[in-house]
Design a protein around this ligand. Structure first.
Ligand SMILES: O=C(CO)[C@@H](O)[C@H](O)[C@H](O)[C@H](O)COP(=O)(O)O
Ligand SMILES: [Zn+2]
Length: 361
């Protein structure tokens, strides 16, 4: 009896699936790759999970992020949740197998991190629980699925991305997942290539400056209550630092929107203002512990930005009565709070500049 030539059959089927996937995955892959890179550049980590062959995929991805793919770059933080047999058996034995990944997400996940969830059927219960746990922690999920996406597809929120292989065979789906892993790692290698300049959206020393409003919106979706404030912050002083710490205490995430240089000039504070450029002002703010994200606005008011981010708490310094705060009506209409925090330390950039000028010999 002659055996069928299975390798030829398998290779041909794999090629056909890959050709099909090449069309449907191009756009969501670009999105996923950009988000993954931003996550890592912002200091976030990757947690990956899956069952059976997909647990191997989860490990494969984590190993190539921690080590490298094809070129040298810094080590990147990634943990496959399918590897520690003591953790897995303890959770499965004492609680339930459905919790093996979710419990680890609760233990290790931080807001802004990425969960890469592999499930060819989209129906593995432990993967579904992991996604719910990730969402509860303010993480986003990159789901690698197949078939019709299963229950998993219905679970994903606006911050999540699904890369679905439109195919029914588990093996063929996994083969495409492996190609996706390598393509993602190739993009990550390039983004973190040695001697490469950090992209414009990322401060070299803080990683929390986001110029792209859509990326900022996505980063804030699950970081609630979201606190928003805006200002010039030209020469940072103790009053600012105290004010920002109090603002941060009002929620789970503080976004500070800084007037662009052009918009400061339009405020008419003086021909030499701002003293510090917008890039410098943002970098100083981003280094503060109380500040989660810094962005900029070039319009006369931050209203468009407020409408885009939909903060839960809108704050300005004590000299602004609530009714005059730009965006107050919009935030209150959504059930949010608007606060005017009194300055506890009487300092001001204008007064500081006056003092410096007066001290000239
Ligand atoms: O590798 C294979 C099949 O190629 C199997 O081990 C397969 O991964 C297992 O049956 C998994 O339990 C399937 O889970 P899922 O992809 O449906 O989430
Ligand atoms: Zn397999």
């Amino acid at each position: 009896m002659t055996m069928p030539n299975r390798i030829n059959t398998a290779l041909r089927a794999s090629i056909a699936t890959k050709e099909h996937a090449a069309q449907s995955l191009a756009a969501p892959f670009a999105d996923a790759s950009a988000r993954l890179i931003t996550t890592l550049q912002n200091g976030g980590q990757v947690l990956s999970c899956g069952n059976g062959g997909s647990s191997g995929d989860a490990q494969h991805l984590a190993s190539e992020l921690v080590n490298r793919f094809e070129s040298n770059r810094m080590a990147l933080p990634a943990v496959a949740l399918s590897t520690d047999s003591s953790v897995l058996t303890a959770i499965a034995n004492d609680s339930a197998y459905t919790q093996v990944f979710a419990r680890q997400v609760e233990a290790l996940g931080r807001p802004g991190d990425c969960l890469v969830a592999f499930s060819t059927s989209g129906n593995s219960d432990n993967v579904l629980h992991a996604i719910r746990a990730a969402q509860a922690r303010g993480m986003w999920t990159l789901a690698m699925t197949g078939k019709d996406g299963g229950q998993l597809a219905g679970l994903l929120g606006p911050a999540d991305i699904e890369l679905r292989v439109p195919e029914n065979s588990t093996a063929r789906i996994q083969e495409v997942h492996l190609v996706i892993i390598h393509a993602l790692c190739s993009d990550v290698d390039a983004a973190f290539a040695e001697n490469s300049n950090p992209p414009h959206s990322v401060a070299s020393f803080s990683g929390r400056i986001l110029h792209d409003r859509e990326l900022l919106r996505q980063a804030c979706i699950y970081r609630r209550p979201l606190v928003f404030t805006n200002g010039v912050f030209d020469i940072l002083h103790r009053g600012h630092v105290q004010y920002l710490a109090e603002a941060r205490a009002q929620g789970a995430c503080l976004v500070v929107a800084v007037n662009s240089d052009a918009s400061v000039r339009r405020l008419g504070k003086g021909a030499d203002r701002p003293i510090n450029s917008e890039d410098d002002r943002m970098a100083v703010l981003a280094a503060l512990q109380s500040v989660d994200f810094v962005t900029t606005f070039d319009e006369d008011t931050p209203l468009q930005l407020i409408e885009k981010l939909q903060p839960d708490v809108l704050i300005k310094g004590g000299d602004w009565p609530v009714e005059r705060i730009v965006g107050a009506r919009e935030v209150q209409a959504r059930g949010g709070r608007v606060l005017s925090i009194p300055f506890r330390h009487e300092r001001s950039t204008t007064a500081l500049l006056q003092k410096i000028r007066n001290s000239r010999p």
